[in-house]
Design a protein around this ligand. Structure first.
Ligand SMILES: Nc1ncnc2c1ncn2[C@@H]1O[C@H](COP(=O)(O)OP(=O)(O)OP(=O)(O)O)[C@@H](O)[C@H]1O
Length: 273
């Protein structure tokens, strides 16, 4: 029985010409949780994220978003329910930062709230000081935070977070493809705490990462793809063991317990003569 708060993938295949990029994917994502998808380059992570957000359609199989088959959701409905940060997004046109973020807020079709939402997500992403800058002149990390603010604005709760609502993000999903790339560690830490908090407030977060230690600190569930197949999934404790990491990611690691840190540190073992 499908829970209302889930995304469900049933026998999902995705093919380009005769090449099978994803094979028989059966899996569930829960709202209120952070799910991390891991895998080597080319394993199919971005392809899976694109299927979850309906940017691509499965060649066979079905994806359900909450109680509805994704195929039957309109893009206008989806735009207010889920937001997607793609892996690469080069800005090619001139626009002020504030205007770009506001484009995200305007998806919500509540013009009176657009300025407030824009302000809120710019604050969260620490880009208020860049408001009047042209996006094409920003550094890589600054652009990433601006794009994140725009994406967040798309699903930002209309009711202020301090209102008596414990789950203001309920029914909303955030898909992030390698959001940490080009972000400094300060902003990674800042935003990681936000994702954790928003997940507790009902947001479903699905992110593609390569950083195993960030994964072990952030993830409620981990899913590992290998050559288009889902080869491992479960809690961080179940999935992120040196044996499983070697088997699924072809990576030798050591798990090191550090006093004061709940999860063991995962150290890649460098091999050289
Ligand atoms: N349109 C396409 N035609 C042919 N092959 C494709 C197409 N799109 C993706 N692929 C291939 O499918 C595989 C999966 O791509 P995908 O972008 O999902 O990988 P990924 O796991 O996100 O990798 P990375 O970690 O490098 O970002 C890759 O080998 C890629 O080259």
């Amino acid at each position: 029985m499908l829970q209302i708060s889930e995304i469900l993938c049933q026998n999902v295949n995705y093919k380009v010409q005769s090449k099978l990029l994803l094979e028989e994917i059966n899996s569930t994502f829960n709202s209120g949780e952070i799910s991390v998808i891991l895998g080597k380059n080319g394993a199919g992570k971005s392809t899976w994220l694109s299927l979850l957000s309906k940017e691509l359609t499965p060649s066979s199989g079905q994806i359900f978003l909450q109680d509805t088959e994704l195929d039957s959701c309109s893009f206008a409905e989806l735009a207010m329910q889920r937001a997607v940060l793609p892996q690469l997004q080069n800005m090619v046109f001139s626009l002020k930062v504030q205007q770009l973020v506001k484009l995200g807020a305007e998806v919500q079709q509540q013009p009176s709230n657009a300025n407030l939402i824009t302000q809120a997500t710019m604050q969260v992403c620490d880009i208020e000081h860049l408001a009047e800058r042209d996006v094409v002149t920003l550094s890589g990390g600054e652009q990433k935070r601006v794009q994140l603010a725009r994406v967040l604005a798309q699903i930002w709760p209309l009711e202020p977070l301090q209102a008596n609502q414990t789950k203001p993000f309920s029914g909303k999903w955030l898909f992030l493809d390698e959001w940490t790339s080009s972000l400094d560690l300060h902003h990674q830490q800042l935003l990681s705490s936000c994702f954790k908090r928003w997940a507790q407030q009902g947001l479903g977060v699905v992110m593609v990462l390569h950083d195993l230690n960030l994964t072990s600190q952030l993830a409620d569930k981990v899913k590992i793809l290998k050559a288009g197949k889902l080869v491992s999934e479960g809690s961080t404790e179940e999935v992120l063991t040196p044996e499983n990491i070697l088997h699924t990611l072809d990576l030798k690691t050591l798990a090191v317990d550090i006093y004061g840190i709940k999860q063991p540190m995962i150290l890649p073992v460098l091999e050289y003569e």
